[in-house]
Design a protein around this ligand. Structure first.
Ligand SMILES: [Zn+2]
Length: 334
């Protein structure tokens, strides 16, 4: 079970960009960060970069369900990179998420993950990118340490949230009637409100049992009638062992620079700086298109127009460009 949610946070400080966070859900139904990324804009190219790195980490599987609040470039990238996964999306209405999906399993609670991300990063948007990355790393270090301690102290079979859920379900199930139909099928409920639980495939006609891989009231009642262990019918993903395992690895700090090992793909990548430059000035009598003056090989493709300033008879277009800093100095005669 691997429900994925992609969260976004726009950096509003002096350093523009978008923080991306791919999350899953841990055994205690809490948000579980999988991968962070910072992109300059929401383009096909940046989604492909982020999601192809994510794919290296988690692979593709038909057990995977993506949830995002976007339906454009991310959808193309997911369809291209994760052909086996399911993709749903959610719509935020009054801080409550209504999610739509096509998937076999789905059990994320409607907790407002975007709000948790925003509160975690509330001081971060004004930080330069390296400090921001360190801020995220340190937050993760603390987060993993604290949750590992909670998981290790857990003395129940399931995680605390799931143990409570099972107890509540069990109490509700005692009010239902159950009758055997065949060796595997059990009828649960009363006259016109009846569901059938099938223990050959662990399904219930109410669908919650197979979707959540967690006992519903009907399956709980049927299991009690048949003398089956309730814990054996819950997915192992909800056990305290899985919960502890998720936080087993420490998030280490970055140590001395002399000991750093740079992968070849990083040392070979030119560093581009994001700047605003005036690239086009339109005047009724003198249209100068400064785009043509970009030196060959000095930067890559222009992004969308960011701002158009109109003065009488003059239109100045500001573009967001990625380019090497010394070329910018040349263009602007700095
Ligand atoms: Zn059911």
């Amino acid at each position: 079970m691997f429900d994925q949610e992609i969260l976004m946070n726009h950096l509003k400080g002096p350093y523009k960009g978008i923080i991306l966070l791919a999350t899953a859900q841990d055994a205690n139904k809490q948000i579980y960060p999988l991968a962070w990324g910072i992109i300059d804009a929401e383009t096909n190219r940046s989604w492909m970069w982020f999601l192809s790195n994510l794919k290296d980490l988690i692979g593709d599987s038909d057990e995977l369900v993506f949830v995002s609040d976007r339906k454009n470039s991310i959808e193309n990238a997911i369809a291209h990179l994760f052909p086996r996964a399911h993709h749903g999306y959610c719509v935020w209405v009054s801080a409550r998420a209504y999610r739509y999906f096509v998937g076999q399993r789905y059990n994320i609670l409607t907790n407002n993950n975007v709000e948790s991300l925003n509160s975690m990063l509330r001081h971060a948007p004004s930080l330069p990118i390296t400090c921001l990355v360190e801020h995220i790393r340190y937050t993760m270090q603390k987060w993993f340490y604290e949750l590992r301690a909670s998981a290790t102290a857990c003395s129940t079979v399931l995680s605390p949230t799931m143990e409570n859920e099972l107890r509540t379900t069990f109490e509700a199930s005692t009010r239902l009637q159950a009758h055997g139909l065949t060796d595997n099928l059990t009828q649960v409920g009363i006259s016109n409100d009846t569901d059938i639980v099938d223990f050959s495939e662990n399904t219930c006609t109410f669908h919650e049992f197979q979707l959540n891989r967690m006992l519903c009231v009907h399956a709980t009642r049927a299991a009690c009638l048949r003398g089956k262990s309730l814990y054996d019918l819950c997915s192992p993903y909800y056990t305290f062992e899985y919960w502890e395992c998720a936080y087993g690895e420490a998030i280490y700090p970055v140590l001395h620079e002399v000991d750093w090992i740079f992968p070849a793909e990083i040392t070979g990548t030119p560093i581009y700086h994001l700047v605003y430059v005036v690239l086009q000035v339109d005047h009724p009598h003198n249209v100068s298109n400064l785009e043509t003056s970009i030196p060959h090989g000095s930067g890559n493709a222009l992004a969308a127009v960011d701002l158009v300033i109109t003065r009488p008879h003059v239109r100045i277009t500001l573009y967001h460009v990625r380019c090497k800093q010394h070329f910018v100095r040349e263009w602007l005669k700095l």
